[in-house]
Design a binder for this molecule. Structure first.
Ligand code: PMP
Length: 301
């Protein structure tokens, strides 16, 4: 890849020079919010939904983003153009900004805005064919009444602990339960179980992030005639499901074929999961914000 440009507070700087202060409260305290967004064929997938979630997360922590959603859309489009990207992963970060060593955000007058856009490292194709083996970890999801999982904050320690437990167990993903023992989500993915033509995913109040991919899959599944229910369920329901899959911006839709040593279905990605992945991949290029005009697209692509 040629030079990579990072958007950092109103300017583009080279990746090597994109640096922020050690006094930034995002760094010192995880005080800030972020989004992970995908671009398919020059289309920023569901950008409006991602921006809604970002601005809602910011509002919840009283962080005032000094740009309108429209301006933020322009910034993202500029970053993609500057990096000549048509298929990419975007990381949009808004941190509380530079302050003193105290906790109080009053010392941070200006949020820092960072947009990183880079070519996506795709998950290996084999993983979609074989499916994932996962385990349930001991770490429980942050309680929604303590730190709401709906806030996509820079404090990802809860999720990082899950990832660490998963890798200690020799797997790449894990199921996280909420404090009452209901299934919440993966380390950075939502979870679905399938029985016959019924799909179930935990409701937001159980303590999952309301994923953009999750919402898309619910819509696609309904349009295909599946019944979709947002309903709490337990590990037992996962073990005895016909199919289990995870959804997320990076992974899209990925089958889970083994959970805590229990083989799911016949141990291969099931028809419903495969069907939804296929439909999702067809749908993503149609549902988004266009980055390039037709002429620009020919120059880039
Ligand atoms: N849960 C968590 C904790 C996440 O970090 C993510 C990734 N943003 C998801 C679920 C999936 O959400 P989305 O489909 O919006 O990427």
């Amino acid at each position: 890849m040629s030079e990579q440009w990072i958007y950092l507070n109103e300017q583009f700087v080279k990746k090597e020079e994109a640096k922020i202060s050690v006094y930034d409260h995002g760094f010192l305290y995880g005080d800030g919010v972020f989004e992970g967004i995908r671009v398919y064929d020059g289309n920023v997938y569901r950008l409006d939904e991602h921006l809604d979630r970002l601005y809602n997360s910011a509002k919840a922590i009283l962080l005032n983003i000094p740009h309108s959603k429209h301006e933020m859309t322009e910034i993202i489009i500029e970053t993609l153009k500057k990096n000549l990207l048509t298929n990419a992963y975007i990381r949009l970060v808004v941190s509380r900004g530079v302050g003193n060593l105290g906790l109080d955000p009053k010392s941070c007058p200006k949020p820092q805005i960072i947009v990183i856009a880079e070519e996506l490292t795709l998950f290996p194709k084999e993983l979609y064919k074989s499916g994932l083996e996962i385990v349930t970890v001991a770490t429980r999801r942050n309680r929604p009444d303590v730190l709401s999982p709906k806030v996509k904050s820079l404090n990802y320690l809860n999720n990082i602990l899950v990832k660490i437990e998963a890798s200690l167990a020799g797997v790449s993903e894990a199921l996280m339960l909420n404090s009452e023992g209901y299934v919440a989500e993966g380390s950075a993915d939502n979870v679905f179980i399938v029985n016959g033509n019924v799909l179930r995913t935990p409701p937001g109040y159980i303590g999952a992030l309301e994923g953009i991919t999750r919402a898309a899959i619910m819509e696609i599944a309904e349009s295909l005639g599946y019944v979709v229910k947002e309903e709490p369920f337990t590990r037992h329901d996962v073990y005895v499901a016909d199919e289990v899959f995870l959804t997320g911006t990076a992974a899209e839709v990925i089958a889970v074929v083994k959970v805590d040593g229990r083989i799911i279905g016949d141990g291969k990605p099931g028809n419903v999961t495969n069907d939804l992945l296929e439909q999702f991949r067809e749908h993503v290029v149609k549902d988004g914000v266009k980055v390039y005009s037709r002429d620009e697209q020919t120059q880039v692509g």
